[in-house]
Design a protein around this ligand. Sequence first.
Ligand SMILES: [Cu+2]
Length: 154
Amino acid sequence: MTATHFLPTRRLLALTPLLFAAALAGGCMHASHAGPPQAAGEYATERVSAQGAWRISYKSDPTPIPVHRLHAWTLHVASPDGTPVTGAAIKVDGDMPQHGHGLPTRPRVTRELGNGDYLVEGVKFQMGGWWVMDFEVTAAGRTDRVRFNLQLGK
Ligand SMILES: [Cu+2]
């Protein structure tokens, strides 16, 4: 083997530890490479669901959302024109898309408060950073989901 053939291989081998370190620094290998949304509007606390069925907003108690602490949210579900939606079945889930892990607890709706409000108990975020909270709302024979982005401090 001549030196000209040998050199490119050596360079590649020298880079391998660096690439491996970069992969480790990025966290879990299954984590998404898509970064957090940049537009401020993506972090709104009121959003229209994916197929336009519901207008959904939330309020955390306390506000702003605490980290490392069990707390509750009140979810408000309305039709696009703002009419409160009662009697909805709601599924709750949360995730850190860049870390490949979800919530440390299983928050759920424990009480319908009336006027389109639903109490979500058992919410806890174990670290700061970019989180998503997903709600699947079924009412009047229609199911639609909404995703809220959160940027939490340490
Ligand atoms: Cu995380």
